[in-house]
Design a protein. Sequence first.
Length: 262
Amino acid sequence: MAKSYDELTIQDNFIFQKIMRNKRICKQTLERLLNIDIRDISYPEEEKTIDVRLDSKSIRMDVYVNDDKGTIYNIEMQTSKDMEELVKRTRYYQALIDIDLLEKGQDYENLNNTFIIFICTFEVFSGKLHKYTFRNLCMENHGIELDDGTTKMFLSTKGEADDIAGPLKIFLDYMDGHAPADDFTRELDSEVVVAKNREEWRREYMTLALEIEKEKKRAAEEIRMNDIIGMLKENISVDVISRITNYSVDQIKEIGKKNALL
């Protein structure tokens, strides 16, 4: 069951991405996460969706911005603890970003620098650090960097080590549910209140939650259908399948006929 809109916090990606539509806040967030100065950022599209082929998996990058130097930043809140999936997702995101750029006429040597940043509300990589930054290094000589312009960063709100400076620590503590402790996190906290009072966003979230529930039911139904087909292929009787799945005998026979199994 999805959270109600009133239960949402900045840890929820829906609220996070809405707040990051505030250009000034998004810019300050990037500066704090990366400890850099950015003159300006822009949003290439309202919601960046990348499709490569009709049969490929598309991605929607909720916070996808360029700075004044053309660097691309994608930021997401992550609450799933499936690190294997998240690591592979950064690889997929990078591939799609590069293909999208090349299809727009970029030469290989002119591909934009990119940062894929996941803010995680859990411990990552079984370590105690707050910040894990990945670039491509030579295995035989770690002093040699491939310098392909790609950076992937995982930030953990559950880090315990003394590995980050005060402003970033304050930000991650706030993202972990602590009270705001400086002007920027207080501004973020105010933006959360504003976001939760936006009726159009409340309606959008409710519509999205309904669509997600429909998709979950559809996926569950597809799994049950595949289970029934599998049991029919194993010549399990329709009566037994009916007792296992709670489908009627007639429904199972109809599925069998449609799939040329009965």
